[in-house]
Design a protein around this ligand. Structure first.
Ligand code: ATP
Length: 646
């Protein structure tokens, strides 16, 4: 077996004497004491018992596909990639590196950090990650964690990173569009860069296992044994509360007052509610700390960026931690210290609320239609092809998510799970599994990608769940309206250029049109700002803050306000304190700055004409509107005798 041939330290004495220091086969350096400390923790994970079976199946699977099915927290996301790296190392990485996809960029980042630590390797060298606008990999990278949408884009673009020896598709039960599509393409063997002897590992929650079994033609399946500990019996409320934040806060305060030991995980539907809950708890829990340090309140959502890693840190300092989150922690973040779960049972699938009318001013093109979930996977939208718009839907989570949440409180003795809804609520209203996102998203960006490399006609793809034919038709129709397709339905020259931009096709088209209308500088800023979505981090806390925010508003509407904010941010020297004083998301603005630079570089590379800044002039205002309408003509409406329809 791969690990035996390598003589890995996993099998060796956890405390080797100095003369017998084991050497890390990935970087040739002796293992540190930290490696052995983490190895003890790894060995205690339920999945450890399945290690040899997994390696055997990986070696011998006739189709090259292996399914791994196990409960949340059993160690799948951290251990499977390492074992695949061992497998690939034993074969000299002849078929290529190991790539692991994650449905959320933050999860890819967080896992890469953890796995590099467990493997005793410097992040960015042998272990790396690729997320939007951040490629932390190098020439030595053998194991890469990657946002699944980015991998799909790489596969489709000419700038792909090449072949992989093992591809791990993690968290398949989340049903992200990219994960479903990658599986469809792999199933059809349509991915050109898949070498002959490569392996595909699909990792899932047991709830999706039967469907995946059937889809993949019953491949070898590794079942992760149940871990020790007992699951709490959920306690249900009689009614759904009208104020979820208040109900969740009260439940946390009760736990603190009772001094029930252990960390608390609170699930709310939206980022806005998470922020409100964190604010309220931060004020109220401190006086309750009768003994020991006061509880720490930690938000865990995409808008919090890499700071979410704090949820894994300082676990042993004695302070109770109250982590407030939403769907992000259903599967992707397994915090072992959690003992109590408080679950609202709802999720908000929508344009993030921080983007909605955040400037409170007139907008001429519906903002929600411009948004795009590239950044941190922050937004969840439900797309209605009939009206070509995304809408907010507050809906019950699936039964599978409810069970995953309950499992987070497993322990000896079991923790507690308080459901802020009646038992009948999910029984009657919840679907068994999370909805496949491919049936809910605007598919034009994906159809553009598929057509770019002529990988497959969308209609030919073998999907786990087939998107509605009208959604596919409408995606093709939209691309046609954008002139991205020629008369034969293939990509036109313009379509090829559009597909090079990491932007939705409409926004890419608006950016291209800005070359014609001499407003490239402003449109670059707008494209970056719309993608990075640097909303406010909280409601104004004082009159002074309100006034500072108002000074950033532009009378022309949200688009001009976004450009104005970006320019003021740059003038401040990208100052974090400047952002804090205005309640602006500093990390997202930095991200916009980086993305703008990348878009500019791309435009220079394909030799598109640039133009001088002219923001603020009447001519520039009109030019910007014309460029926007070139991409978003399907969303344009008449607002009085507007320039938009001239
Ligand atoms: N980013 C991280 N930082 C620190 N520790 C981590 C991190 N991710 C996981 N761990 C540790 O590894 C353990 C196993 O988590 P892992 O994510 O591998 O489980 P999983 O079966 O993949 O669960 P899920 O399906 O919820 O992702 C956790 O209990 C935690 O102790």
């Amino acid at each position: 077996m791969a690990s035996q041939r390598l003589g890995l330290a996993e099998e060796s004495d956890p405390n080797p004497g100095e003369s017998e220091l084991a050497v890390n086969p990935f970087d040739g350096l002796p293992f540190s004491s930290r490696y052995y400390e983490l190895l003890e923790q790894r060995r205690a994970l339920p999945i450890w018992a399945a290690r040899f079976i997994f390696l055997e199946q990986l070696e011998s699977s006739p189709s090259g596909v292996v399914l791994v099915s196990g409960e949340p927290g059993s160690g799948k996301s951290t251990q499977i990639p390492q074992w695949c790296a061992e497998f690939a190392l034993a074969r000299g990485f002849q078929e290529g590196q190991v790539t692991v996809t994650q449905p959320h960029p933050l999860a890819a980042l967080s896992l890469a950090m953890r796995v590099a630590d467990e493997m005793d390797i410097t992040l960015g060298h042998e272990v790396g990650y690729s997320i939007p606008q951040e490629d932390c990999t190098g020439p030595d990278t053998l194991l890469r964690f990657c946002w699944d949408r980015l991998l799909l884009q790489e596969v489709a673009s000419t700038r792909g990173t090449g072949a992989w020896g093992v591809l791990v598709l993690d968290e398949a039960q989340e049903r992200s569009v990219a994960s479903d599509l990658l599986q469809g393409l792999l199933r059809n063997a349509r991915l050109g860069n898949l070498p002959g002897d490569s392996r595909v590992v699909v990792v899932t929650d047991p709830a999706l296992e039967p469907k995946l079994q059937a889809f993949w033609g019953h491949p070898p399946t590794v079942h992760v044994p149940r871990g020790p500990g007992v699951c709490p019996t959920p306690v249900y409320r009689d009614t759904v509360p009208t104020d979820r934040v208040e109900a969740a806060c009260q439940a946390v305060l009760e736990l603190c007052t009772k001094e029930a030991p252990g960390d608390v995980l609170v699930y709310l539907p939206s980022e806005e509610e998470i922020l409100l809950c964190c604010e309220s708890l931060s004020r109220e829990v401190e006086p309750l700390a009768l003994r020991g340090p006061p509880p720490r309140v930690l938000p865990l959502h995409p808008g919090h960026g890499p700071a979410v890693q704090a949820a894994y840190e300082d676990m042993d300092l004695g302070a109770r931690r109250i982590v407030v989150t939403h769907w992000l922690a259903d599967f992707s973040f397994s915090l072992p210290s959690i003992r109590h779960v408080i679950d609202s049972g709802l999720e908000l699938r929508s344009v993030s609320e921080r983007d909605e009318g955040m400037w409170g001013l007139k907008i001429e093109v519906a903002h929600s239609d411009l948004s795009w979930p590239w950044l941190w996977g922050a937004r969840r939208q439900v797309y209605n092809p009939q009206i070509r718009a995304e809408s907010q839907v507050l809906r019950p989570i699936s039964k599978c998510q409810a069970e995953a949440r309950r499992l987070r409180a497993r322990g000896v003795p079991p923790g507690s799970c308080l459901c802020l809804y009646p038992k009948s609520f999910l029984e009657l209203e919840a679907p068994p599994l999370p909805a496949p996102r491919i049936c809910e998203e605007n598919l034009s960006p994906l159809v553009l990608l598929l057509k770019r490399r002529q990988i497959a006609e969308p209609g030919e793809c073998h999907f786990l769940d087939r998107p509605a034919p009208e959604a596919l038709m409408q995606a093709l129709e939209d691309l046609d309206y954008l002139a991205a397709l020629d008369d034969d339905g293939n990509l036109s020259d313009l379509g090829v250029i559009l597909s090079e931009f990491p932007l939705p096709p409409e926004l890419a088209k608006a950016l291209l049109a800005s070359c014609e209308f001499d407003c490239v500088d402003e449109m670059l800023t707008l494209a970056a700002m719309l993608t990075a979505a640097p909303g406010f981090t909280h409601p104004p806390l004082s009159a002074e803050e309100s006034a500072l925010r108002r000074a950033l508003e532009h009378m022309d509407g949200d688009h001009s306000s976004l450009i104005q904010v970006y320019e003021a941010f740059i003038q401040s020297g990208a100052d974090e304190a400047w952002c804090q004083a205005r309640g602006l998301n500093w990390a997202a603005l930095c991200h916009a700055q980086k993305l703008r630079g990348e878009l500019l570089e791309l435009m220079q590379r394909i030799e598109l004409p640039l133009s001088q800044p002219a923001f603020g002039s009447e001519q520039n205002r009109r030019d910007l509107q014309k460029a926007l309408v070139s991409g978003y003509f399907l969303k344009a409406g008449r607002v009085g005798p507007s320039i938009l329809l001239e």
